[in-house]
Design a binder for this molecule. Structure first.
Ligand code: PCP
Length: 392
């Protein structure tokens, strides 16, 4: 029905670039099928990001599980930098060569999405950021996009089935269509209040017909304490100075004792706009900017053949470990055999690449998405304030 490949075909590496199949045929026939070590890393990150969040590891390990290989990888959610190997495979080349296409696909896109989500969460100063971007991408990958946005730091997603998978409540307000069908902003939220379960927050959409300020006051007057928030999704053609509009709404609501009513902004948001609106907005709905995030351009390259270091031009040979200082966050990339280094700050560094698959068997069960998200948020906390400043 739809243009997506089945999980079986992905798991069995049927989805692969043809030159891998031809290479396997050649090396088998010509006795070149050697034991190699191959690493995955990104030479640079999108849009000059200084760091990125590693996503797609659970799917990557699920893909490689059962193959006669050993795999080391950074845990999903790890904050990493360009040039740092995030995954290392060791085994006979023909046993995993055909899996490169899907392996990189899992890591490249999920890491791009998780990183954009983390940047938006950082820009919001901890305020809620919800992912509303499923409608911008092929539904065959909605779950991956929502999961990656959640582990990247988003507080929730709009798609019910994804929220169920994440064991979270789906997040939704009112679409413009309901306001148009009701013929009035106030009527739309009153109908919502009459029909929808009381535990669902009452968020009125106030930009469809009238002026946002006056619509906000009308719904606040009517619903009072029952009104949780108003959503502003003003189309670009009318958006003007949205910060000034938000400040005006905030002033008028507070003047009349509606301090409890929160301001929820969506439509065309990115980390810069979130950073600017953060002084008055209480929550953000982000779509395209997260779901259509640029991929992290990972590549997989051989770095050892028969335990001897060898690599293509432009690449350092030999297996490497990535070390991070748990105190100051400094990082080092060292040859695999090197001892535990000490950081200039005196702290002993910790290795980021952990053994995940030993001879095809998963070493540990996968962590929950909540655990991965908490891990990401804990790393974002350590980032210098300066990290966000230069986004303005
Ligand atoms: C969209 C929907 C999402 C917003 C935009 C995501 O609004 O509400 O929250 O926007 P983004 O992709 O620019 O970040 P509409 O398309 O106006 O749809 P609706 O009436 O369904 O809210």
């Amino acid at each position: 029905m739809f243009h997506i490949f089945s999980e079986d075909r992905i798991k069995n590496a049927v989805i692969t670039d043809v030159y891998f199949e031809r290479t396997i045929k050649i090396i088998k026939e010509k006795g070149l099928d050697k034991v190699v070590a191959a690493e995955v890393r990104a030479r640079e990150l999108p849009s000059d990001y200084r760091w990125a969040i590693l996503g797609g590891i659970e799917e990557a390990l699920t893909l490689l599980e059962g193959l006669p290989v050993n795999v080391w990888a950074m845990p999903e959610g790890t904050l990493f930098h360009a040039m740092e190997p995030v995954l290392l495979i060791e085994g006979k080349y023909s046993d995993f060569a055909a899996y490169e296409t899907c392996l990189l696909g899992f890591l490249c896109q999920a890491s791009g999405i998780a990183t954009r989500a983390a940047r938006c969460k950082l820009a919001s100063g901890g305020k809620p950021v919800y992912h509303f971007g499923a409608r911008r991408m092929h539904p065959g990958i909605t779950l991956m996009i929502d999961r990656s946005s959640y582990i990247g730091g988003c507080d929730g997603v709009a798609v019910k089935e994804s929220a169920r998978f994440l064991e979270e409540e789906p997040v939704g307000t009112i679409p413009h269509s309901l306001v148009l069908l009701a013929g009035d902003t106030l009527k739309s939220i009153k109908l919502f209040d009459e029909v929808i379960e009381p535990q669902v927050k009452r968020v009125a959409l106030i930009d469809t017909l009238g002026d946002e300020k006056f619509e906000a006051l009308r719904v606040a007057d009517e619903l009072g304490r029952k009104l949780f928030a108003v959503r502003i999704d003003t189309p670009a053609s009318r958006r003007g100075d949205i910060l000034a509009i938000l400040k005006e709404i905030r002033w008028e609501l507070d003047l009349r004792g509606f301090n409890h009513v929160k301001l929820f902004v969506s439509g065309g948001l990115n980390e810069k706009k979130i950073r600017q609106l953060n002084q008055v907005a209480d929550a953000f709905g982000v779509g395209t900017w997260i779901s259509n995030a640029p991929v992290v351009d990972f590549a997989l390259d051989i770095v050892e053949i028969d335990k001897k270091p060898v690599a293509k031009k432009g690449k350092h040979s030999g297996k490497k470990q990535v070390w991070r200082c748990p105190a100051c966050g400094a990082g080092r990339i060292l040859p695999w055999s090197e001892d535990i280094p000490s950081c200039e700050c005196g702290e002993k560094m910790v290795p980021l690449l952990k053994l995940m698959i030993r001879e095809g068997k998963l070493v540990n069960p996968f962590p929950s998405v909540k655990k991965i998200r908490d891990f990401v948020l804990s790393q974002l906390k350590k980032l210098e304030k300066s990290e966000v400043e230069d986004w303005l």
